[in-house]
Design a protein around this ligand. Sequence first.
Ligand code: ADP
Length: 341
Amino acid sequence: MTEEDRILNATEQDEDRNDLGLRPVALEDFQGQTDVKHNLRVFTDAALGRGAPLDHVFISGPPGLGKTTLAGIMARELGTEFKITSAPALEKPKDLAGLLTSIGERAVFFIDEIHRLRPAMEEMLYVAMEDFELDWVIGQGPAARTVRVPIAPFTLVGATTKPGQVAGPLLSRFGISLRLELYSHEEICEVIRRSAGLLGLKIEESAVKAIAQGSRGTPRVANRLLRRVRDFAEVLGDGTVSEPVVRHAMKRLDIDAMGLERHDRFILRTIIEQYGGGPVGAETLAISVGEAVDTLEDFYEPYLIQCGFIKRTPRGRLATARAYEHLNMKSRVDENEQFLL
Ligand code: ADP
């Protein structure tokens, strides 16, 4: 199964882009993350009151939790333009310069995966963020000289799944730092209820809870699963999303009651069967399960850790007693993670 085939994969897929109707556009529509919302409301109101751009915002957290959505909401709350790009799309300084020189007054400029920004562009951003100017080199060789070009005051929103990989000087230029955590069960239920309402679905409360269990604490996954379950409900029944329909759909999609897919279980099994339960280093484990280290760390591990199935230790990843239990495997560790001899 390729990564793109996975229902539960939290990265954006074409289908998600086509379903923009589910994306919250106002802070009140954004479910969960209460503290983050509360703070943002204060900061945007203050910026509006002063008539100044909002301070630069850094948002970190696993994929599919609403980083892009929040940036869009900020622009809407501020009544300004929203411009969006991602670090890998910026190949040359002129790509970034082109965007920066064309943004409107107090616009929200969103750069996704900001940990992947090249050094030359980081340097350019430093000046842009601090002075709202660009250093631009004219000419070549000994005749080259740098001119400063003014740009409109703007708000940079930098998002990343890997805050640890963002250069210190860049990080220090953000005045506001927000961290999105995986959503709680009740918060995901709220996301599902809202989306079901927007899609005009008839859904039973027990079905909402069952879908939430399979959503890995991630709104993007919840929405995708809801759409798949809707297909089953329409084809197999009268279109009502009931708990038996959800259970049936999850079985067919090979998602277990904890929301793990076959590949998640394969990762746990690999730690247990090939590495005696761990600890095993991330690089070694990634090779064993055929994934890039980034994919393992960003897409798979956060949820496996939240479920309490693996632990990150200085010596590597460790399968917990709960993981053995979930897979019906005989444990070498007791519930306190002590090795049984
Ligand atoms: P990220 O940028 O963190 O990868 P997105 O902002 O693209 O995530 O969000 C993914 C999808 O999940 C959005 O299209 C939106 O429909 C949904 N979503 C995200 N956060 C929320 C939320 N708090 N409430 C409701 N829906 C949400």
